[in-house]
Design a protein around this ligand. Structure first.
Ligand code: UT7
Length: 335
């Protein structure tokens, strides 16, 4: 089972972290399957049955990732009754930062009036937010931070090839955020982070800042994916990762109240839910409304379910993600 990565030190220290509040922001513009039918050779029926998606949000031309991250972070601070002055760490998971630098964490810090503190972004494609959350949890447990803002944000529409029907129907824009605070009880119980850099050809963009920069602005950064190959690895790896984390914590597959998976495809999500013996109503689904929002997908889904009252304090939640890299991660928490 070590093939999936190394499990972080299971609950052993006296200091833990817990989520104090959640927030989200979705841009106003909604792109429906029907509109996509007019853009590429696709159908509403194909998109619904193959992915579960019905609509997704698109950032306005003038909106960059930080413009989505900032209101999501503000909402999380409000939900946590946390003054920005209390935050001493900002970590942002994103694949689509505004600029090469400053990083989105600095932009969030400045906009919200958070005093000088560590602020950075973490890039692990769709897994970026779970990676960021595990970093913030570790910093709090070590006493190197007290209250952290952990944001997942994407403007994937900016790296979408709008003429490629195999990818352009899948992705959306949005941001989700949490405030993490210290606690005597977990809270965050454990994480498993994994990556396998050998699958670069099945999910990637072909141009960036230092590789093929001449093609960066002319579509080279667009997402390229061999969907069915990614699908198979995603199901296997997310399932194995979840099993490994449960095993580490002495829990069986029935020991989870909620599953919050990366919202890439309803069929992948259902396969993981089945593996955990969870009925459909215990799996948080936002893929129909948000599409695949990369690093924002899990914090968005968490905020939806926390605000509509489904997720209650004390319940045990498994979060699991998968994305380009390939990267994957699972996080187990008592909410
Ligand atoms: O978030 C990062 C991780 N990403 C994922 O986990 C995504 C994993 N992959 C998937 O979710 C699925 O593989 C997709 C939704 C991307 C594709 O579904 P699929 O069932 O694996 O379809 P496929 O790629 O095997 O394509 C089946 C057919 C092909 O046509 P032929 O060759 O059978 O004639 C495609 O050309 O569907 C065709 N197709 C489409 N047809 C209508 C591909 N995209 C579309 C489309 N509309 N938008």
């Amino acid at each position: 089972m070590e093939q999936y990565g190394r499990v972080t030190d299971p609950v052993s220290s006296l200091r833990h972290s817990r989520i104090a509040g959640t927030g989200r922001y979705l841009p106003e513009r909604i792109l429906s399957n029907r509109e996509l039918e007019r853009m590429v050779d696709t159908t509403d029926e194909w998109i619904r049955t193959r992915t579960g998606m019905e609509r997704r949000h698109m950032a306005a031309d003038e909106q960059a990732s930080s413009d989505l991250a900032i209101p999501a972070a503000r909402a999380a601070l409000e939900a946590a009754s946390c003054d920005p002055a209390e935050i001493d760490l900002v970590v942002v998971g994103t694949t689509t930062p505004d600029l090469v630098f400053p990083n989105v964490g600095c932009m969030v810090q400045n906009a919200l009036g958070i005093p000088p503190c560590g602020a950075f972004s973490c890039e692990a494609a769709c897994t970026g937010w779970l990676y960021a959350l595990s970093i913030a949890d570790g910093m709090i447990r070590l006493g190197r931070a007290n209250k952290a803002l952990v944001v997942g944000v994407e403007t994937l529409s900016r790296i979408t090839d709008w003429s490629d029907r195999s990818t352009c129907v899948l992705f959306g824009d949005g941001a989700g955020a949490v405030v993490l605070e210290p606690s005597r009880e977990p809270g965050m119980m454990g994480f498993l982070l994994g990556a396998d850099g050998s699958h670069v050809d099945i999910l990637r963009s072909r141009a960036g800042v230092s590789r093929n920069p001449q093609h960066f602005g002319s579509g080279g950064a667009a997402i390229r994916m061999k969907g069915s190959e990614v699908f198979k690895i995603a199901v296997r790896t997310m399932g194995g990762t979840v099993d490994r984390l449960l095993e580490e914590h002495g829990l069986d597959r029935g020991g989870i109240d909620w599953l919050i998976p990366h919202q890439a495809n309803i069929r992948i999500i259902q396969a993981i839910g089945k593996r955990l013996n969870l009925p459909d109503e215990r799996v948080i689904l936002t893929v129909q409304d948000h599409g695949n929002t990369g690093a924002a997908s899990i914090p968005l889904a968490l905020d939806v379910a926390a605000r509509d009252g489904r997720i209650q304090r004390g319940q045990r939640i498994m979060m699991v993600s998968f994305g380009g890299g390939l990267t994957w991660a699972a996080g187990l928490m008592q909410y």
